[in-house]
Design a protein around this ligand. Structure first.
Ligand code: HEM
Length: 529
């Protein structure tokens, strides 16, 4: 009896050991089967600060990041900056994984000092993390500011600024002081700034402007502020990743950004305050522009939908969104086209066929100007305004491209890397608009939802301003090319210097080119009268 009990006991223990061993083995097997993939290749840097010391040594950071990726031959990488994993991507297939397959997971924005300052505490659409405030502001933009009905309603204001731009260039051609030389950067930025101010405030100038129609001191300061904010927001600044170093402002970004925001708000906020007052006093009764619309939006309880602070912050954001990309693309496109006269000639031919020389090209012609649109699109591909897209932050651990992407990672789709990826684009550094014309019957559009290049991006956080942005870019380029014969300045220099600035991606020197009227004189005279 005793012996039987012992045997039973031993058997029981053996069974227990066996099940325990099986359990461990199973767990091991499970583990090997579901081993977590590694992070994308890259650099972790030093404890706490990550790669910042390396980045500070190798300015500008975006060129260092792209060089590093090329050296290790990867289209996705991972750099640790403070506590965050920053993941640059140059492959369209991977870009689609992030913004199409995992769009919901990557629909947030980082908590970053530069974005917080610019949006006055995340009041606006571009900078808000995924959540109610983002949804509210994005809805306001898509259904109120950028809706098709609003686009039609604002047509007259866009025409006024397209006409003003031609008048301004024409006066420079005719002036005895300029020898027909025109600073195309000033013209393009002036047009985009004027248009944004006109759509929002119904005015071109905050002051009185210049006699020749050019920007006055006020517009110069306003634009300078806008471009400074654009350079520093999400500009890989130290305090964006190491918030406890904010007070020291080691790289100076905080001070620069605060001053720029102040100079922009100085002009805009006083206009907004005056207008709100007019509505409250009953002096203004009809809506004439975007500001009126924003002020009068009501929620379900008939209470103003937007606070004055939200309106002020959103208007800064619209300015940031509308001015830089179109002006930069048009300056580059024209510079490239002057250096390749065949392309310029083909664009002129298309304009002559579709519009003629008896009237100015109009927005209603744009659907027939496929080659012109290809020229603009090619400038977006080869010369994006900024190297990276706005950051997308993951809301949970994800596997993408076979790599582990931890929650909170910041994915930076590289506009530079996608547009110049030699695996995707033949002769990637050559300006070749034809590459966007698939066949004669398909219309060229400036957006690429497949992310072979990144102009307006795609998905939940994709640009809601595609129609306005495409219209501004194409009409500006078409008007400049239709209105004037362009050539390199006659100073022994036969070509335009296409060197890119080292610190960012704009043309190192502004495009200064010779312009001569190419339309019937009455077309210009009508604008002058
Ligand atoms: C040629 C002109 C433009 C280009 C190339 C452009 C490009 C872009 C890009 C690349 C993004 C980031 C998308 C992402 O995070 O994946 C974006 C976002 C945005 N754009 Fe544009 N944009 C242009 C014009 C405009 C205009 C005219 C407006 C409005 C007035 C606008 C409003 C916005 C807004 C609100 C967002 C943020 C969307 C969000 O986070 O939900 N854009 N744009």
């Amino acid at each position: 009896m005793e012996i039987n009990k012992t045997i039973l006991y031993i058997n029981f223990l053996a069974l227990l050991a066996l099940s325990f061993a099986t359990m461990i083995l199973n767990k091991r097997l499970r583990l090997t089967k579901t081993t977590i993939p590694s992070l994308p290749p890259g650099l972790m840097g030093y404890p706490i600060v990550g790669c910042f010391p390396e980045m500070m040594k190798n300015k500008p950071a975006f060129r260092w990041i792209h060089r590093f990726m090329q050296e290790i031959n990867t289209e996705i990488a991972c750099f640790r900056l403070g506590n965050a994993y920053v993941i640059p991507v140059t492959s369209p297939e991977l870009a689609r994984e992030f913004l199409k397959k995992h769009d919901v997971i990557f629909a947030s924005r980082p908590d970053a000092l530069s974005a917080k300052l610019t949006s006055n505490g995340y009041l606006t659409a571009i900078f808000s993390p995924n959540g109610d405030q983002w949804k509210k502001m994005r809805r306001v933009l898509t259904s109120e500011v950028l809706s098709p009905a609003m686009h039609r309603w604002l047509y007259g204001k866009r025409c006024e600024e397209a006409d003003h731009m031609i008048r301004y260039v024409y006066k420079q051609c005719q002036s005895q002081f300029t020898d027909g030389l025109v600073n195309v950067r000033v013209v393009a930025q002036h047009y985009c700034g004027n248009l944004a101010r006109k759509l929002i405030f119904s005015k071109r100038f905050f002051g009185t402007g210049m006699e020749d129609g050019g920007p006055g001191v006020e517009e110069k300061e306003h634009l300078h502020g806008i471009f400074t904010i654009l350079k520093y927001v999400y500009g890989l600044g130290i305090a964006d990743y190491l918030p406890w170093l904010e007070v020291l402002d080691l790289d100076g970004h905080k001070t620069i950004l605060k001053n720029a925001i102040k100079s922009v708000r100085k002009y805009q906020d006083s206009e907004i305050d005056k207008r709100v007052d007019m509505w409250q006093q009953g002096i203004r009764k009809t809506e004439e522009d975007v500001l009126d619309v924003l002020i009068n939006l009501k929620d379900a309880n008939n209470i103003p939908l937007l606070s004055i602070e939200e309106i002020k912050a959103e208007i800064i954001e619209i300015m940031l969104a509308a001015i830089d990309n179109p002006s930069n693309a048009v300056e580059w496109a024209l510079a490239e086209m002057i250096n390749q006269p065949d392309i310029l000639h083909r664009a002129c031919q298309e304009l002559d066929q579709v519009v003629g020389r008896d009237r100015l090209v109009d927005e209603s012609d744009l659907s027939k100007l496929n080659y012109m649109k290809a020229c603009a699109k090619e400038a977006f591909r080869l010369h994006p305004m900024v190297p990276f897209n706005v950051p997308h932050v993951s809301s949970k651990d994800t596997i993408a491209g076979g790599y582990f992407i931890p929650k909170g990672s910041q994915v930076l789709l590289s506009r530079l890397g996608l547009g110049r990826n030699p695996r995707i684009w033949e002769d990637p550094l050559v300006y070749k608009p034809e590459r966007h014309i698939v066949n004669k019957n398909s219309e060229v559009v400036l957006v690429d939802h497949e992310l072979h290049m990144l102009s307006f991006s795609t998905g939940r956080r994709g640009c809601p301003g595609i129609v306005l942005g495409s219209t501004m870019t194409t009409i500006l380029l078409a008007r400049l090319i239709q209105g004037f014969n362009w050539s390199a300045p006659p100073n022994g220099q036969s070509n335009i210097d296409l060197t890119e600035s080292e610190g960012d991606m704009v043309k190192a020197t502004p495009l200064i080119a010779h312009a001569a009227p190419r339309l019937e004189p009455h077309v210009y005279l009508k604008l002058l009268s």
